[in-house]
Design a protein around this ligand. Structure first.
Ligand code: AMP
Ligand code: ZN
Ligand code: FE
Ligand code: FE
Length: 275
C-alpha cells in the first residue's frame, strides 16, 4: 500500500494539473492513495476526483496546506477531508488568499527597483490555472524573462526572508486554523514541522499543546527532515499519541528532488488518520 499525503497541482504552485497529478500518481508512481494539498485552496478537488474515478485503482484524499503563523514563524498546516464550505474556514482562507494578492504588486515593485523588468501580467501568465500567486510563480516569471535559471535560484537570491525581494504576507494563526479544520470535520497535521522557519518554534511541548486544540498528527517523513529529525519527530509523535505521516510534497517540475512517492505514509498511520 503506497500512500502519499502531500502534493501540489497547478491550482497552486505545482506544475501538473490536478488530473495529470492523479494520473502520474497511479501510472508512474504506483500510488494507491494520494492527497491533493494545494496551498490555501480546495479548487483542484473536483478535477482530481474525476481523474481518480476515471483512472481507477487510486483513492484521492481531499486536502489543503494552509499558510499559518506561530510565534511569528511561518508554519504550514495540512488539512484533510473537511467541509470546504464551512463558512468560518472559507472566510479565513479568503483572508490568506487576499494576503497573497496584496503581496504580488509589492514584490513586483521591489523587483522593478532592483532592475528586473517584470509585471503582474507576466506572473499571471505563468500562473494561469492558479487560484492565487505564490513566490514560485514570481520565480517562473523571472525564468521566462531569462533573468534566472530556476525556482531554487530565485529563492536563494531574491525571494526568501532576508533577501531583497522578500515581502511578508498575511497567514492564519496556527491554533485557530487547527480549530477551524476540526470544526469543519477535518483532520489537521503539521507539514514539515522542522523545515527551516518552523523548527525554531515547534517542539514537544508545543505539539502537546496543539494536540489539545485538535491537532491529530505531524508530518515526519519529508525531504526537509534528515534521518535524525525523522527519528526524533517519530518518537515525539509516539509519545504524544499523534499520527506520523510521510509524503513527497510533490510540485511537478517546480521542485527538484521531490518526486511523487518520495516518502510514504504507513497504512496503519493512515487508518488512524481517516478510516
Ligand atoms: P509562498 O506560497 O509564496 O509563500 O511560497 C512558498 C512556496 O515556495 C512553498 O510551496 C515552497 O514549496 C516553495 N519553495 C520554497 N523554497 C523553494 C525553493 N528553494 N525552490 C523551489 N520552491 C521553493
Ligand atoms: Zn508550494
Ligand atoms: Fe509547505
Ligand atoms: Fe507543500
Amino acid at each position: 500500500m503506497r500512500i502519499d499525503l502531500h502534493t501540489h497541482s497547478t491550482r497552486s504552485d505545482g506544475t501538473d494539473s490536478p488530473a495529470d497529478l492523479v494520473r502520474h500518481a497511479r501510472e508512474d508512481a504506483g500510488l494507491d492513495i494520494v492527497a491533493l494539498t494545494d496551498h490555501d485552496s480546495t479548487a483542484g478537488w473536483e478535477e482530481a476526483q474525476a481523474a481518480a474515478d476515471e483512472v481507477g485503482g487510486i483513492r484521492l484524499v481531499r486536502g489543503i496546506e494552509i499558510s499559518t503563523r506561530y510565534e511569528g514563524a511561518s508554519v504550514h498546516l495540512l488539512g484533510y477531508e473537511f467541509d470546504p464550505a464551512y463558512p468560518p474556514l472559507v472566510e479565513e482562507l479568503e483572508r490568506v488568499l487576499g494576503g497573497r494578492d496584496d503581496r504580488l504588486p509589492l514584490t513586483i515593485a521591489r523587483l522593478n527597483e532592483l532592475g528586473y523588468a517584470i509585471t503582474e501580467d507576466d506572473v499571471h501568465a505563468v500562473a494561469a490555472d492558479a487560484i492565487s500567486s505564490g513566490r514560485p510563480h514570481i520565480a517562473d516569471a523571472l525564468i521566462a524573462k531569462g533573468y534566472i535559471a530556476s525556482r531554487e535560484e530565485a529563492f536563494a537570491t531574491l525571494l526568501s526572508p532576508g533577501k531583497p525581494a522578500y515581502v511578508d504576507r498575511y497567514a492564519a494563526d496556527l491554533q485557530r486554523a487547527i480549530e477551524l479544520l476540526a470544526a469543519a470535520g477535518g483532520r489537521a497535521v503539521i507539514a514539515h514541522p522542522w523545515a527551516r522557519e518552523s523548527r525554531e518554534v515547534l517542539d514537544l511541548e508545543v505539539f502537546a499543546a496543539l494536540g489539545e486544540s485538535g491537532l491529530v498528527g505531524i508530518e515526519v517523513d519529508h525531504n526537509d527532515h534528515d534521518e535524525h529529525d525523522r527519528a526524533t519527530l517519530a518518537g515525539m509523535a509516539d509519545e504524544l499519541g499523534l499520527i506520523a505521516t510521510g509524503s513527497s510534497d510533490y510540485h511537478g517540475t517546480g521542485k527538484v528532488g521531490f518526486p511523487l512517492g518520495a516518502n510514504l505514509t504507513d497504512p496503519e498511520q493512515f487508518a488512524r488518520l481517516l478510516d
